[in-house]
Design a protein around this ligand. Sequence first.
Ligand code: SF4
Length: 689
Amino acid sequence: AAMRKSRIKRTKTVCTYCGVGCSFEVWTKDRKILKIEPQEEAPVNGISTCIKGKFGWDFVNSEERLTKPLIRQGDRFVEATWDEALTLIAQKLTAIKDTHGADSIGYIASSKCSNEENYIFQKFARAVMGSNNVDNCSRYCQSPATAGLMRTVGIGGDSGTIRDIASASLVMVIGANPAESHPVLATRVKRAHKLNGQKLAVIDLRKHELAERADVFLRPKPGSDLVWLSAVTKYIIDQGWADRAFLEKRVNGLEEYVRSLEPYTLEYAEERTGLTREELVQLAVMIHEAESVCALWAMGVTQHMGATDTSTAISNLLLITGNYGRPGTGAYPLRGHNNVQGACDFGTMPAWFPGYEAVQDENVRARYEKAWGVKLPEHPGLNNHQMIESIHDGKLKAMYLFGEDMALVDSNSNHVHAAFEKLDFFVVQDIFFSKTAQFADVILPAAPSLEKDGTFTNTERRIQRFYKVFEPLGESKPDWEIIQEVAARLGAQWSYTHPGEIMAEAAALAPVFAGVSYERLEGWSSLLWPVAASGVDTPLLFTERFNMPEGKARLFPVAWTPPFEPGEEFDLHLNNGRILEHFHEGNMTYKSKGISHKVPSEWLEVSPELAEERGIESGALVRLTSPYGEVKVKVEVTDRVKGNELYLTMNSFADDSAVNRLTSSYHDRVTHTPSFKEMSVKMEVLKPK
Ligand code: SF4
């Protein structure tokens, strides 16, 4: 027995699913995962996990894993050696760059991969290939929140820690469903609400679990958040409840901002949002009476055409009421993927170097040019939305994408698929044969987090180390090694032997990571950026100054633009989002038996009123049609949705029910984040029950 026990290995890892960033020990024997054991020392979750973190790991040993490079031959893929695959990639990318220029190639990075992998991927795009056309999937989720916070307070991350949220007197949850999307964070809110008398206000279209528990639950009309936010802020100012001392000392732009609020009277808000005057006043009073307020928001805000402006309005409200820079206050855009924060932080964005320094800034560029020994492109590159349009325009000819199933998760899939078919050359690097891989010319087999070392950064800016448990399966390799090999074939002479060396380079170049090192991240240790060279990190932002000129925040006036209303033909509003058990497109969770057995497919939520009107019951099969495509899906009748609102779970791996068959190419006006949540459809009944 002692012998057997000695073969059991315990390794610290960080969850590969959501942005909460739970960490735990994984117990293994050979390639078998015995259990996941959370530990007291875990900085975010302590001894908690959710179903995904606990049971969502079988995919690592799935028979469907890619284990060899594949090269397209006509309509099929044939196995190839690494040498053949890399030689082909180098030849094709060189030829396309020589003929059409450096900006004819696009690079899509991965929010599932490590900080180090994202860092060297942007270095590859910029320094080796000479283009800033590099982006990641934050474009599909939280870019508008980042932009709204950059406008007002100068840092696009969460203001404080997840534990700090529990110390707020009032938590506002706007367009987010943390109980399913960020479960362990939601547990902290639930506990604080139940035991510490914390107040909870939920503003959402859908009555989800936190909405059921909230002290106040408001259901505004779709796309009207900016109106109620502005009306509540105006009411607070008109009542003389603004935090004058805070505004005077720490905030610019008050007068102009107050003028911009003039149209947002309670009457106007009642008409536009469908909320009553009493509801709006009740919320304003709650905010006024709270000692500390923090605002949590997610895709229900950010996936709209006015998303950056609505995110700005949330930040404006926090500034007016002095809710920044103290424990229990601040802005919490909730990051989706485990490392979407880190992918952005480490520079896979078309306008930013690592640590959010502009590619257009000459001094910053000079620093990178000196370190990397090359001349770097000055103009910002294309974002992923623009890349798709640029392929359709005949300008973008090739793409290199890793760890992102863009064919499934980008909006208006039919339009995206048509673009991929036009590419002259497409490299896809993944652990599975994804939907996107079907369009590739070369597919490279990558290794998941349990098969490599690295760091992830969670929603609260916390950088955490994960350790290798297994050797990569078959001939698969860690993404950073693959990127380094591709770079070598294209002339780079990098010699990273471990991700720690990549982190050391990033820390030497990006001031916000100055004090980050693998020594300081050993075991359960973690660091919240900015990290000073001394190693001191920043759990709570803005205690002394905002990251803006003069250290002062800025109130930023915004104006509401009405969303698309359902018309005569497409008469229903379709909302969509996650569920607890599955993660996003389900690439990993559907391959984890415990989870896929429990929830084998997606469903459509229909309100009791609408179900009665259309004569359908739970279990009915319907077809939804939008101007862009159609899906077939099963119905669940539930009062979580109201009236003509439909809700489709978004983890739709099956092609005929994938929500992005329906979504449009419309997007946020500032960041180009697709307006996934602004969608009108018609519903036909195929089987009534
Ligand atoms: Fe993983 Fe998020 Fe669940 Fe934590 S809450 S175990 S990070 S999926």
